[in-house]
Design a protein around this ligand. Structure first.
Ligand SMILES: [Zn+2]
Length: 428
């Protein structure tokens, strides 16, 4: 077949590059890093145990499979920004999908590169001579991840989303006519295809020699909707496995992790376990408290903006400690930190979080007020993320680890170390 010929004839820059004090030594092979959005390890475990991911099973038998810790809040923008830069949120500045901007007092999406405070691995890799290709399922991530890339110049990199594949143009995305490249129309965002399109686009970019340093970031629509053992999940992971196999057949060094896990947030009767914290605070302590749900994004069908971590901005002159103690005593709440402790222990940017950071239990979410959350869109219960229980995620690598990285993996490896593991960690 023709599939491996392009990769065989290509040469790959092995020039090392440094980003935020960390040095990356790319291999003389294509690099493909996949962020499987919302992929708690049970999704891979169940799919592999049932024989639905034969290529991944074979890959980890020869390579590496372990657990790594994501950044809290366990949301997409937070962790994609960390993965793209190799550093935690206190350096990236990205503390949620959504935040209260202290400079304007406005509640806004945090999906513009203006909010990113560090350089990306992608921009440095492009400067070092790699052909960078970024494909995101969700358009909301594209701008953030493409920060620093000069997409309008040849070899300046390529970045587009499945969601707006038909809108990609060379001047703004580094590529034209993505639908022809992939051989498929732009997928519906609320679908398995939104993720599979991103993987297939990555295969096409690699096969056609258009990219050799790829980051493919999927969407968690399927994980929000289906538990690991559901037939729909198993089919989805089997379809992903086929694309992973194609990357392996092209000789790529393949790695995958997740931005966060996913858990059911319901009681045994299937009702959502939720605390509407702004309502409760205002009843208990008077008006003026604001609760920000940093999971908020344009994809409301996924989660109704309910997750397991919120930021609380207290009314002027409040007794912070007293309110923190009261919140901690509420059913479903597991952790409450003040701004300083949260910045320190959760590695968060102190100026972009609340006076209090509040986390809930595995099967519990925190909302603002009843009116702020449209649960009618959620069919079949709520599966969501954001908190502590979505923190541990898998990391898989097609190569076995060298001594140094095996030791690191035994400590406290992070999902945002994945490019380090991929570039520097392979056993040679
Ligand atoms: Zn999600």
């Amino acid at each position: 077949m023709s599939s491996s010929s392009t990769a065989d004839h290509a040469s790959y820059s092995t020039t090392a590059f440094t980003v935020s004090g960390r040095t990356y030594q790319p291999p003389a092979a294509p690099v493909v890093v996949i962020c499987i959005d919302g992929c708690g390890s049970e999704y891979l475990d169940v799919s592999m145990a049932r024989g639905r991911m034969p290529r991944l099973t074979e890959m980890v038998a020869q390579g590496y499979l372990g657990l790594v810790r994501a950044a809290v809040p366990t949301f997409t923008n937070v962790n994609n920004a960390a993965i793209a830069t190799g550093v935690p949120p206190n350096q990236t500045g990205i503390s949620g999908n959504f935040f209260l901007n202290p400079e304007t007092g406005e509640e806004v999406m945090m999906n513009s590169k203006e909010f990113l405070r560090t350089d990306t691995i992608f921009a440095a890799a492009a400067t070092a001579g790699r052909k960078v290709g970024i494909v995101t399922a969700k358009e909301k991530l594209r701008d953030l991840l493409a920060a620093g890339l000069d997409l309008a110049t040849p070899d300046g990199g390529i970045a587009f989303s499945s969601e707006k594949a038909d809108k990609a143009q060379f001047a703004t995305h580094g590529i034209d006519d993505v639908e022809a490249l992939v051989g498929e129309p732009t997928p519906e965002i609320y679908s398995a295809d939104a993720s599979l399109f991103a993987l297939r686009a990555g295969v096409a970019l690699l096969e056609q020699g258009l990219a050799d340093f790829l980051y493919l970031s999927l969407t968690d629509y399927m994980q929000h909707k289906f538990a690991p053992e559901a037939a729909e999940s198993l089919d989805f992971y089997a379809a992903m496995d086929r694309e992973i196999g194609r990357f392996l057949d092209l000789g790529a060094c393949v790695a995958a992790t997740a931005d966060h896990g996913m858990n059911a947030k319901c009681n045994a009767a299937g009702e959502v376990n939720v605390l509407y914290l702004e309502t409760e605070l205002c009843e208990q302590f008077g008006p003026g408290h604001r609760v920000i749900c940093p999971i908020t994004d344009p994809y409301v069908v996924h989660h109704g903006a309910l997750g397991s971590l919120v930021m609380v901005h207290l009314a002027e002159g409040s007794d912070r400690e007293k309110i923190a103690r009261w919140i901690l005593s509420q059913t479903g709440i597991t952790e409450v930190y003040d701004r300083e402790i949260a910045a320190e222990k959760c590695e968060l940017p102190a100026d972009r979080i609340g006076d209090l950071v509040v986390l809930s239990g595995r099967d519990f979410v925190i909302g603002r007020t009843c009116e702020d959350h449209d649960l009618s869109q959620l069919t079949g219960g709520l599966r969501s993320h954001g908190g502590r229980y979505e923190e541990m995620v898998p990391l898989v690598l097609s190569e076995s680890l060298n001594k140094e990285y095996a030791a690191l993996a035994a400590g406290d490896p992070r999902n945002f170390d994945i490019f380090q593991f991929t570039c520097n960690g392979a056993h040679k």
